[in-house]
Ligand binder design. Sequence first.
Ligand SMILES: CC1=C(/C=C/C(C)=C/C=C/C(C)=C/C=O)C(C)(C)CCC1
Ligand SMILES: [Fe+2]
Length: 547
Amino acid sequence: MDIIFGRNKKEQLEPVRARVTGKIPSWLQGILLRNGPGMHTVGETKYNHWFDGLALLHSFMIRDGEVYYRSKYLRSDTYNANIEANRIVVSEFGTMAYPDPCKNIFSKAFSYLSHTIPDFTDNCLINIMKCGEDFYATTETNYIRKINPLTLETLEKVDYRKYVAVNLATSHPHYDAAGNVLNIGTSIVDKGKTKYVIFKIPATVPEDRKKGPRPLKHTEVFCSIASCSLLSPSYYHSFGVTENYIVFLEQPFRMDILKMATAYIRGVSWASCLAFHREDKTYIHVIDQRTREPVLTKFYTDPMVVFHHVNAYEEGGCLLFDVIAYEDSSLYELFYLAHLNKDFEENSRLTSVPTLKRFAVPLHVDKNADVGSNLIKLVSTTARALKEKDDRIYCQPELLCEGLELPRINYAHNGKPYRYVYAAEVQWNPIPTKVIKYDLLTKSSLSWGEAHCWPAEPLFVPTPGAQDEDDGIILSAIISTDPQKLPFLLVLDAKTFTELARASVDADMHLDLHGLFIPGASWDAGKQTPARGEQGRSVDHGVAPRT
Ligand SMILES: CC1=C(/C=C/C(C)=C/C=C/C(C)=C/C=O)C(C)(C)CCC1
Ligand SMILES: [Fe+2]
């Protein structure tokens, strides 16, 4: 596993042509752009956690049946400072770093104090976000980094706090049909309050106002939700939207702000300030997009940890939402590199298996309904919502499928009824071995897997003019631990899950996290410039909004 997690990856600055076997559909033209951690050692220093690794962007440019690959480390301030010092000098999720070991006692004390309100990292390693015509590498702090999607060059550093009062924001924004971005972040003890702030970044802005980081300047707060606790807000990684609602889970996996404020002095990581409170509940917040107000009914469920929402939609007066849920926070524990690299099989067992669960929330609660009655009358789900005596509603999910993570859907169905989930198959071990397609209607699945192959998140790209939800292809970057096998871009028929093609790349590819597909875009492999003037003309976020 050291090959996958331990070793620093070499960037591939010059585009390298892949060896294609099979046939890539001729309509598939564009760039698959992805992000993930690629470097875990700087000089003599090592990160502790896989999510700490320095962001390595990579892209597969697909044109006329050919594929070109390139990769480049994000030149974040964090990357530059580390490389210059030849050691880790910026703290990440699982690693607390000390920039100035030789300073005298006074400057050390000052450094401690200035870290009380920490300046987080700009090592944006999780995902790629599209705002208007611009692309950003993202993590979960207040920083995002603009990038050139064609050359993978790092551009300006953007501090969300300039536009909206958030200290943290997710790497999983949603996009509406016009390409407007909807995201959620946490505002920590601002004016005596801790809240979750839902904000919107418009895809387009009026001509005369096009100055600065354009769409971001026009960010607006959509709605705020007060945190249950001032000093221990929930940690969350994503949220859900339907046509008219937003669903946000305030889960009992919480950040302890006082612990965070003293973490630097105590020499512990940010990760050690997160804890799962198995004695607490998970609160389900539902926001009406039309009024921009939270629905007043109190919905809750059992304690759980959710990283990825899959989809949400409305049916028969109910809001249904599907998530990958865990019974504890063991997933984050397992990604400590010490667990991943030694005795992999033994040390990397999850104590709870990721499970696809469907929740149903009644949108109109009958005040006269009996206490204990189930308010969900849908035939399509066994999920229940039980009325309690204080008018609170306890939601019991339907268990749909076990052993999957990194879910994606046909994004044209985001917020709407849907049938298929594409995901990586994981069982008791967090590293995916297969790509799967789960059919929510028939509760059956199809899968692709190969010995010594480790697939990344599968991404769905629709066939032009597609009729069926699964009319398209699946793209996944596969790395291999077989020294005889090169890493490759896998192209599957989304309907049948048969392999259409693979494009093997002679490069040091990393296991990545998330990304998107930019249809139509292409760079000239030789000149490294956009070809056909189609740069970022439209985008699929796994994929839909055509702006
Ligand atoms: C640096 C930093 C953070 C980073 C979190 C990261 C990097 C999370 C990655 C999560 C992933 C990849 C989940 C996949 O399911 C926090 C805790 C937000 C806050 C403190 C500073
Ligand atoms: Fe994620």
